[in-house]
Unconditional design. Structure first.
Length: 109
């Protein structure tokens, strides 16, 4: 039997409402090959976030800008970018600059 597509599942469940229906739709969508492929693609991607400091927004390599009330992505348990779904890797500009300086110093030797 061929698996249903997300659209076929949505059409089959249309007209029903409530939390049970929402859970059923989500479970059905998560079992589709399309969904599994999207999740696998997102897990392979990485999104690099940088920030000037505490009062500056974090900017992702995918173009997202995100502001935290307190802390940064790590302190707020963000593991994936909310825009592109890539695995989130965060560094402040100071950390990036010191890594760049170390690389430049190693090259100069």
């Amino acid at each position: 039997m061929k698996p249903e597509t997300a659209i076929e599942i949505s059409d089959r469940l249309s007209g029903q409402v409530g939390a049970e229906t929402v859970r059923a739709v989500l479970a059905a969508l998560e079992s589709t090959p399309e969904y599994k492929s999207l999740v696998a693609d997102a897990r392979r991607k990485e999104c690099f976030w940088t920030s000037d400091g505490d009062d500056s927004p974090w900017e992702g390599s995918c173009g997202v800008a995100w502001m935290f009330i307190d802390g940064g992505p790590e302190e707020n348990q963000m593991a994936y970018c909310p825009q592109c779904g890539g695995k989130l890797t965060a560094q402040t500009y100071d950390e990036v600059a010191s890594e760049d300086a170390a690389i430049d110093a190693a090259r100069a030797e």
